[in-house]
Design a protein around this ligand. Structure first.
Ligand SMILES: [Zn+2]
Ligand SMILES: [Zn+2]
Length: 362
């Protein structure tokens, strides 16, 4: 039987291990994907240090691949665009359409089986982007990448931009007269910056560090940056944001940093009647000091959002293809072959990388 290689997480703190897996025959409706590019996500790095993180598992949930084989009956993507072997696609877990989240809309399906986050149970185990092939089950959602779009650009439809689009939809979007603050200068922050510029925001301010990331933010269209290394105290940063926003604060603040004190800081940065979108607070720090009177006194509209839906992946791809003029591909600062996946994790963790990717097939 044909085999392929994949990098396996085998327990907290242990380097990902290269292992060999059988490539099974396809059941009707399934698709075999040749993994082209897979990004290391903060979620992976976080799990890497978590003794309770499920394993063994093949990670890699921010991926673009090409169709290696189509199972019987698969002729199109989710939007009835014809598919053939070699076409590049984004793949997304099937949604059941029947659970509470599916029925409510805007929420991830409760019974979805994510790619790149699924510990081994029954084979095939090749369900993560840090492997040469990914077995995509029947009913999963495929999105064809336009031929004139680079694989690297398409990758950003599943890094940051999709989640930001879901969140902005919940809060009614950004208007051309808005001043927007993005807390955090990592990949999700860059997605928020990209979407704010795309919406025509009159001014976008990115708050973060280190200097190299803020420089990159300016290349991606940030009108102003506020360095947390320069403005070390939260109050100094909020003051700087007010100076840059007519003394009133931002119309919209988008939290993408994941820092434990970011929520309170963001409340200080929003203007009266403004909006606050929370994307970064995935780590449960427990109760944090927050002054809720700011929410009431400033009449702030607040929302969180946990990831995208397939609709937002699609919209992000369309926007990146047709409208985003900034060189988002440049956000990929480090590339490694599969055997060097552990180096990709290292440069992510040290913040040397903006986005570090693995190319499992060279
Ligand atoms: Zn992720
Ligand atoms: Zn569902």
């Amino acid at each position: 039987m044909e085999t392929c290689k994949a990098a396996v997480f085998v327990g907290a703190g242990k380097p990902l291990a290269m292992q060999e897996f059988p490539v099974p025959p396809l059941e009707p409706g399934a698709v075999l994907i040749k993994s082209l590019v897979a990004a290391v996500c903060a979620t992976d790095v976080h799990a890497f240090h978590n003794p309770r993180a499920p394993h063994p598992v093949i990670w890699g949930h921010e991926n673009v691949g090409a169709i290696a084989r189509l199972g019987k009956g698969v002729t199109t993507d989710a939007y009835e665009q014809a598919l053939k072997e070699g076409d590049r696609v984004i793949y997304y877990p099937a949604t059941c359409g029947r659970c509470f989240n599916c029925l409510a809309g805007g929420l991830p399906c409760e019974v979805r089986r994510n790619y790149g986050l699924r510990p081994f149970t029954t084979p095939p185990h090749i369900t993560g982007g840090f492997g040469q092939y990914v077995y995509v089950e029947p009913n999963a959602l495929l999105l064809r990448i336009p031929d004139d779009m680079s694989t690297e650009r398409a990758l950003f439809a599943v890094i940051g931009n999709h989640t930001v689009m879901n969140g902005l939809e919940k809060l009614g979007g950004i208007s051309v007269s808005d001043a927007v603050v993005v807390q955090g200068s990592g990949p999700v922050g860059m997605g928020a910056l990209t979407q704010a510029k795309l919406a025509g925001a009159r001014r976008v301010i990115v708050v973060g560090a280190p200097a190299g990331r803020l420089q990159m933010a300016r290349e991606m269209g940030a009108d102003e940056t506020v360095s947390i290394e320069e403005y070390r105290e939260p109050e100094a940063r909020a003051q700087r944001v007010r100076e840059l926003t007519d003394g009133r604060g931002a119309d919209m603040v988008i939290e993408c940093s994941g820092a434990d004190t970011a929520f309170q800081e963001g409340l200080e940065m929003v203007r009266a009647g403004g909006k606050y979108l929370n994307l970064g607070q995935l780590t449960d720090y427990g109760p944090m000091p927050v002054n809720p009177s700011l929410i009431t006194r400033k009449s702030i509209l607040i929302s969180g959002v946990l990831g995208p839906t397939f609709k937002h992946v699609t919209r992000a791809l369309h926007a990146l293809h047709a409208r985003v003029k900034y060189p988002v591909e440049k956000l990929i600062t480090h590339e490694f072959p599969l055997q060097r996946v552990n180096e990709a994790f290292r440069v992510h963790e040290t913040l040397e990388a903006m986005v570090a990717v693995v190319r499992p097939n060279g």
